[in-house]
Design a protein around this ligand. Structure first.
Ligand SMILES: C[S@@+](CC[C@H](N)C(=O)[O-])C[C@H]1O[C@@H](n2cnc3c(N)ncnc32)[C@H](O)[C@@H]1O
Length: 245
């Protein structure tokens, strides 16, 4: 199955521990630090809209884009439950086309690790730059090279809940710097479980690789941090934030 089709059914359960409110707080601290007051923003690879909803509820106008119709289906259902201004669009980031220039573009929870090719990533960043107003902000995180190679790579994870269980088997290809995730998901239907299988692939990028790609795409000010903090990245940082102007 395509990535993020069946997985969309279990995504929010599996992400229950992620501190999206803390991430939104951090993003707003970055706005303060960078002395900007964005109104119109896009969130790329927004998934089921967890961060999108929080930001919309804080008064921002959001465009949320994602390649997966299944993830967006859930995002749209959640936004009907009463959040602010959000428009969701199904788009591959590699062919992004947004109807307006934005004050800020965001991408959280390792969306860009799904772009497996350097040239494609440079194309995405150049396109992002063209969609941001002068003096706008581009902010995203990636799963670090260290995390994909040493933590997730060649490891197996499993969780067993009442309604859903999954097995997540990972294979890291050192030469290609690509981590393949084989996901087997069991979703409860009445007394039985339906089994789904999906394959996801993420590219492990080093900070200097991404920085170089951002520069080639036209970004001049690029700051990197250890996760959602203002500390410098460490050798063993698992998530790296990039804040670019
Ligand atoms: C780990 S999820 C993150 C979702 C959301 N940002 C969050 O924080 O919960 C990664 C998302 O990237 C999306 N994605 C992967 N490749 C993409 C692409 N080429 N273009 C747009 N979205 C993509 C997936 O469909 C998925 O929703």
């Amino acid at each position: 199955m395509r990535a993020y089709s069946a997985f969309s059914l279990v995504y929010d359960t599996l992400m229950e521990d992620v501190d999206y409110i803390g991430w939104a707080d951090y993003i707003e601290k970055v706005f303060e630090k960078e002395q900007i007051k964005p109104v119109n923003m896009a969130e790329l690879a927004c998934g089921t809209g967890n961060l999108t909803n929080i930001l919309a509820n804080r008064g921002y106008h959001l465009l949320g884009t994602d390649i997966s119709s299944d993830m967006l289906f859930i995002a749209r259902e959640k936004s009907i439950e009463g959040s602010g201004s959000i428009t969701y669009l199904q788009q591959d980031m590699k062919e992004m086309s947004l109807p307006t220039e934005l004050d800020a573009i965001l991408c959280v929870c390792d969306g860009f690790n799904y772009i497996l090719d350097h040239e494609d990533l440079e194309g995405v960043f150049a396109n992002v730059k063209n969609h941001i107003k002068k003096d706008g902000l581009f902010m995203f995180d990636i799963s670090s090279h260290y995390k994909l190679k040493n933590i997730l790579g060649n490891n197996t994870y499993a969780e067993n809940y009442d309604e859903v269980s999954y097995i997540w088997e990972n294979y890291y290809d050192e030469e290609e710097s690509i981590c393949d995730f084989d996901l087997t998901i069991f979703v409860k239907e009445d007394e039985l479980y339906r089994k789904f299988e999906e394959k996801h692939s993420q590219r492990a990028y080093r900070i200097d690789e991404i920085t170089e790609i951002l520069k080639n795409a036209g970004f001049s000010s690029i700051n990197t941090y250890d996760g959602y903090s203002f500390n410098n990245p460490r050798e063993e940082s698992e998530r790296i934030s990039f804040i670019c102007r």
